[in-house]
Design a binder for this molecule. Structure first.
Ligand SMILES: Cc1cc2nc3c(=O)[nH]c(=O)nc-3n(C[C@H](O)[C@H](O)[C@H](O)COP(=O)(O)OP(=O)(O)OC[C@H]3O[C@@H](n4cnc5c(N)ncnc54)[C@H](O)[C@@H]3O)c2cc1C
Length: 446
């Protein structure tokens, strides 16, 4: 297994174009901090909407260094958070509008990528949540909503999962190679006229000014697109908790194994466990699979440059075996941080008086959500009153996280409960109350 700097996805592409750090003093209309999906979609959308806008993006490392270059490549047409939670925030109509908007986003990403010539292995094959035990199947039945419940044979006609009893199918998901998407977006934003500076850390965000070690940008608007890394910015440690997700990619599987598995539709797959794993079939015939690793670092630490611990890699490899019956060689393992808000619901915020805007807290479901957030930020910044600006996730974060050690105890506690629920369900064949408790606290996301 090779060690990788950011992710297997980035290694596959090799080095990207070199962009210089910011050096000197610059004027802009909008300065965006962070070159992940949120920042780059926002830059692209703003420039497309108004080519006279001067848009500068500053990135502390390189394009796609954060979760956008590391994720599972699920473009999921769903936001994290329960329907009841969104209804409480935005009413039934608001929750419905939000659901439609995020579902439409899956197609919009595919179309915009095609328009911009971004080849990111986009395939919209939908998503399967697979039950391997009776308890898991009961849970799927309870969650069914407008999704299709497949029996074991119907599932096997799509993909053969070991011991599967059935699955929920939703058409609202596509698969991408995430690093290809983020790199392609950076080039598209530049072609549209935005300027990106790499190795440029914003050390202070003030009204109308972003300070970096090599200079500063004065701008009417400052967009914070730093998701999990928001915790590193002065005064913002308790906004979003940086939670870890870890992934592995197998070596390419043989044609015989693929013939055995089927999986021609490239559906993304989620297992039915409480501490779940998420999977995609890659364009070059590998299985890429992820799950929670060591969940959180005390004090909201964000560094995840080292490979995940061996125990996590072995656990993920075991999930490949358990789901697909394949004892595959692992090509590489990596991890990253995603931002989780205290309510487990994301938000898109704007402070007109101070010229700040931001979006994040997607809690592991951010690939599609970052695009919807960016189009919303565009409308907010351009002072357009649109359907997007009226969606119920627009507004301030509802709550901050508790100070330490409560934050650490809470996040690790939920993680432990979910793991314990899985063990108990396997032992007793009954749904564990731990699962309900943890699910209520945490919602569901990668
Ligand atoms: C392992 C893993 C698997 C995931 N799988 C999925 C999935 O399959 N589907 C899904 O929908 N979501 C998934 N997610 C979540 C998803 O990747 C994120 O929600 C999404 O990429 C967030 O995009 P972003 O642009 O807001 O943040 P990021 O991509 O994290 O970008 C933030 C950027 O800001 C930069 N930055 C931070 N601080 C500063 C500063 N002070 N100055 C300048 N730059 C700064 C960082 O270097 C980084 O590049 C996963 C996340 C991880 C980690």
């Amino acid at each position: 297994m090779r060690a990788v700097a950011v992710s297997f996805w980035m290694e596959q592409l090799g080095p990207g174009p070199e962009r210089p750090p910011l050096d000197g003093r610059f004027e802009a209309d909008v300065c965006i901090v962070g070159a992940g999906y949120t920042g780059l979609w926002t830059a692209l959308e703003l420039r497309r909407a108004d080519p006279s806008l001067r848009v500068i993006v500053v990135e502390k490392e390189t394009v796609g260094f954060g979760a956008s270059g590391r994720n599972g490549g699920w473009v999921l047409g769903a936001l994290v958070g329960s329907r009841a939670g969104w209804s409480a925030r935005g009413g039934e109509a608001g929750a419905t509008a939000l659901e439609s908007a995020i579902r439409e986003t899956v197609d919009k990403i595919g179309r915009r990528a095609a328009e911009e010539g971004i080849d990111c292995d986009y395939v919209k094959g939908g998503t399967l949540t697979v039950a391997q035990t009776a308890v898991q199947l009961d849970r799927l039945r309870a969650q069914q909503g407008d999704e299709e419940l497949l029996d074991a044979d119907e599932l096997a006609a799509r993909v053969r999962v070991q011991g599967a009893l059935g699955a929920l199918f939703s058409p609202h998901c596509a698969r991408v190679q995430p690093a290809k998407l983020v790199r392609g977006l950076a080039s598209a934003a530049e072609r549209a006229g935005a300027t990106i500076y790499e190795r440029t850390q914003a050390v202070e965000l003030e009204h109308g000014r972003v300070r970096t070690p090599g200079g500063e940008v004065n701008a009417r608007w400052i967009v914070r697109a730093t998701e999990a890394y928001t915790a590193d910015l002065p005064g913002l440690r308790r906004q979003l908790a940086p939670v870890t997700s870890a992934m592995i990619a197998t070596e390419p599987l043989s044609a015989e194994v693929w013939a055995e598995l089927g999986w021609f539709g490239c559906e993304t797959i989620l297992d039915g466990r409480n501490l779940y794993t998420y999977v995609q079939r890659t364009a070059d015939g590998r299985i890429a699979l992820g799950g929670r690793g060591v969940p959180y670092v005390f004090g909201s630490g964000t560094a995840r440059e080292l490979s995940p611990p061996r125990s996590v890699v072995e656990h993920l490899r075991g999930r490949v075996r358990d789901l697909f019956g394949v004892d595959a060689e692992i090509a590489s393992a990596w991890q990253g941080v995603l931002g989780v808000s205290r309510t487990w619901r994301p938000a898109v915020g704007i402070d007109e008086a101070r010229g700040f805007a931001w979006a994040g807290g997607y809690a592991g479901d951010g690939v599609a959500a970052a695009n919807l957030a960016a189009r919303t930020l565009r409308d907010l910044i351009l002072a357009r009153d649109t359907e997007l600006t009226r969606l119920p996730w627009v507004g301030p974060l509802e709550r901050e996280w508790e100070p330490e050690p409560f934050r650490y105890a809470g996040i690790h506690g939920v993680h432990k409960l979910l793991g314990a629920a899985d063990r108990r369900e396997l032992r007793t064949g009954k749904e564990s109350v731990f699962a309900r408790v943890a699910g209520t606290i945490s919602g569901r996301g990668h």
